[in-house]
Design a protein around this ligand. Structure first.
Ligand code: MN3
Length: 268
C-alpha cells in the first residue's frame, strides 16, 4: 500500500511538473488527453470500471438496443443546427449505427452482455461492435445534451468542479472547443469525470468514447460534441470551428449537471 501511494505521488508530481512546463494558457487539458493515466490500476482499491459503470443509468443497454425518441423536434435547435441535418443525423446515421450494432451482436456470446460491459473489454470484440456500439451510444448520449432552451450556464457542484479543473467556465469552453476543433478527421470532444472524480477534457477518433477500455482518457462522459462532418456540413460546410463555437448556445446544462452528479455517485 505504501509503495502504491509513493508511486501515485511520484506520478502526480511528474504530471504536475510536466504541466508546469507545457501548460501555456490553459492548454493543459489538451495535453492531458495525450498523457493520461488511463487504465484500471488508478481506480480506488476494490473498484473497477465495470463496477463503476454498472451504477450508471444507461448501463443496462444491450446489443439489442433501440434509439430513444429525440427529446425535441428536428427544427428545435435552429439556427445552431438546422432541421435537415438533425433529421438525417437521427433518422439515417444514428439509425444505421443502431441497426448495425444489433446485426453485429446476434451471437450467443452477446446474450448476457450489456453494452457497457462490452465497452470495458473493448479490445476483445470485433471492430464492427466497437464502431457501431460507439455510434449507437454516443449519439444516444449526445441528443440528451442538447436543448433549445438557450442561455443556460453551468451551476452548483458542476460549476465548482469546472472552476476547480479548468480555472473558469470560459477556459473550460476553450479547452473543450479546441479538443473538437483540433481532432483530426471524424470524432468527438468529451468532458468526463475521471477515476479520481475530476473533470477532464479529451477527444476521440471515429466512434470511440471514454467508457471504452481502448481509449486513452477514460472516464464517465458528462458532455460530448459530435464533430463528424455529417453533424454540421449542410450548414457550416468546412467551418467546423464556427459549429463548435455555436454549440454552447444549445448545451443542456441541466442534463450535464445530472450526469455529473450521477458519475460522482457511481465512483463512490
Ligand atoms: Mn454523428
Amino acid at each position: 500500500m505504501k509503495e502504491l501511494e509513493t508511486a501515485l505521488k511520484n506520478e502526480q508530481n511528474s504530471r504536475r511538473n510536466f504541466f508546469k512546463k507545457v501548460s501555456l494558457s490553459g492548454i493543459a487539458v489538451l495535453v492531458a488527453s495525450k498523457f493520461s493515466f488511463g487504465g484500471k490500476s488508478f481506480l480506488p482499491e476494490g473498484t473497477s470500471w465495470d463496477k463503476t459503470f454498472s451504477k450508471l443509468d444507461e448501463s443496462k443497454l444491450t446489443g439489442q438496443s433501440k434509439q430513444s425518441p429525440l427529446p425535441y423536434a428536428y427544427n428545435a435547435l435552429e439556427p445552431v443546427v438546422d432541421a435537415k441535418t438533425m433529421e438525417i443525423h437521427y433518422s439515417k446515421h444514428h439509425a444505421a449505427y443502431t441497426k448495425n450494432l444489433n446485426d453485429a451482436t446476434t451471437g450467443p456470446e452477446y446474450a448476457s452482455k450489456t453494452l457497457f460491459q462490452i465497452f470495458t473489454e473493448m479490445e476483445k470484440y470485433p471492430v464492427a461492435v466497437k464502431n457501431n456500439g460507439g455510434g449507437f451510444y454516443n449519439h444516444l448520449l449526445f441528443w440528451t445534451l442538447l436543448s433549445s432552451g438557450a442561455g443556460q450556464e453551468p451551476q452548483g457542484d458542476l460549476l465548482k468542479a469546472i472552476n476547480e479543473s479548468f480555472g473558469s467556465v470560459d477556459k473550460f469552453k476553450e479547452g473543450f472547443g479546441n479538443a473538437g476543433k483540433k481532432q483530426f478527421g471524424s470524432g468527438w470532444a468529451w468532458l468526463s469525470v475521471n477515476e479520481k472524480g475530476k473533470l477532464v477534457v479529451s477527444s476521440t477518433a471515429n466512434q470511440e468514447n471514454p467508457l471504452m477500455s481502448t481509449t486513452e482518457v477514460r472516464g464517465i462522459p458528462v458532455l460530448t460534441l459530435d464533430i463528424w462532418e455529417h453533424a454540421y456540413y449542410l450548414q457550416y460546410q468546412n467551418r467546423r470551428a464556427e459549429y463548435v463555437d455555436a454549440f454552447w448556445k444549445i448545451v443542456n446544462w441541466k442534463e450535464v449537471s445530472r450526469r455529473y452528479n450521477e458519475a460522482i455517485l457511481a465512483l463512490k
